[in-house]
Design a binder for this molecule. Structure first.
Ligand code: ADP
Ligand code: MG
Length: 346
């Protein structure tokens, strides 16, 4: 006989290839779990680029101590029950894969406390085995610590970039998650130093202030436009809102053209083109705008690819989306007073 069934550990490691590519992908999964658990405050702490140490703590619902082991098993989820639920998923997660995958390629400690419990519970998961569950002191919510990423899969560890590059990727990921969730307070700590904090008051401009600092928050224009079913959008409704950096805030690359479609961060050449074309009269060549744009549109106009790692979307009617975004940005820029009145510092 040559054929045998793979061990669960091996199956998990293969599955982990899908979800866990680098520290930033772990952060995304853990933060989405915290959001699903209705957290209002989430802190993310990394050391050594998130490879040696990565912790996400939240003040959400917590996990029942009886569920602590199961949470780390593959295909174990509290978010859906039967195939019908797949048609209307309201949570970020539903595959029940993230924790199992992460724990198969790193050493994990999870401490969780539900509000009704007096003490928190702690479990360690390493190399496919679980420690006994211990009672420990702790606050309401869940904290997941991931250490020594890929310690047991050297082939994948080789593909990680330098610690500083991995750390910047994590930071960018946390920025996007914070921008997409202005109502949630995010705190990002790198190598023991606080990098930024957002207050969770619900205002995008406050989040932008927390992340990018005063100048962007001050030198930006608000956009907010709704398009109802019409010749422009066909049968769909489209809302566009966000902040446009004044042309004085230009950048030398596209990294700060930040788009969210129905709450998900995406990279999309059509959206970039609409934005850049609208900025063209105001920008020098080879300069790019600084803009954060949220598009909300009826699902009939967009296919948000639900693969966890994918950042692409497919629009049903590309020209209409282009036109709407272009119009709305052009209009805002041309109406605005773009002259810098601040005294020249010579
Ligand atoms: P999924 O998110 O797809 O359900 P995960 O592997 O990410 O799968 O998580 C498994 C389960 O563990 C979740 O369904 C949830 O019940 C629980 N869980 C994970 N993280 C948290 C958290 N931060 N707070 C509360 N429960 C959590
Ligand atoms: Mg999840």
């Amino acid at each position: 006989m040559k054929i045998h069934l793979l061990s669960q550990e091996c199956i998990n490691q293969i599955a982990a290839g899908e979800v866990v590519e680098r520290p930033s992908s772990i952060v995304k999964e853990l933060v989405e779990n915290a959001l699903d658990a209705k957290a209002t405050a989430i802190s993310i702490e990394i050391k050594g680029g998130g490879i040696s140490f990565l912790r996400v703590s939240d003040n959400g619902e917590g996990i029942f101590s009886e569920d602590l082991e199961r949470a780390f098993m593959p295909h174990a989820t509290s978010k859906i029950q039967n195939p019908k639920d797949l048609e209307e998923i309201l949570s970020f997660g539903f595959r029940g894969e993230a924790l199992a995958s992460i724990a198969s390629v790193a050493k994990v400690e999870c401490i969780s406390k539900r509000q009704e419990d007096f003490l928190a519970h702690r479990i360690l998961v390493e190399g496919g085995s679980f420690s006994p569950i211990e009672e420990v002191g702790g606050m309401d919510g869940t904290s997941i610590l991931v250490r020594d990423l890929f310690y047991n899969v050297p082939a994948r560890k080789k593909f990680l970039l330098s610690e500083s590059t991995e750390a910047s990727r994590v930071e960018e990921m946390v920025e996007k998650l914070a921008l997409a969730n202005p109502g949630i307070s995010f705190h990002f700590v790198k190598d023991g130093k606080s990098r930024f904090q957002t207050l969770g008051g619900g205002k995008l401009s406050d989040v932008v202030f927390g992340i990018y600092g005063k100048s962007f928050a001050k030198d930006s224009l608000e956009i907010r436009e709704s398009y109802y079913p019409s010749s422009l959008t066909g049968l769909a409704t489209l809302h566009i809102e966000g902040l446009l950096g004044k042309p004085s805030l230009t950048r030398s690359n596209r990294q700060y053209e930040i788009f969210f479609v129905n709450g998900r961060f995406v990279r999309d050449s059509l959206l970039s083109r609409a934005l850049e074309d609208a900025y063209k009269p105001f920008l020098m060549q080879h300069k790019f705008p600084f803009a954060i744009v949220f598009l909300h549109l009826s699902p009939s106009l967009v296919d948000v690819n639900v693969h966890p790692q994918k950042l692409e979307v497919r629009f049903q009617n590309r020209e209409k989306i282009y036109q709407a975004l272009f119009d709305c940005v052009s209009k805002t820029l041309s109406k605005a007073d773009l002259i810098d009145h601040s005294p020249l510092s010579l």
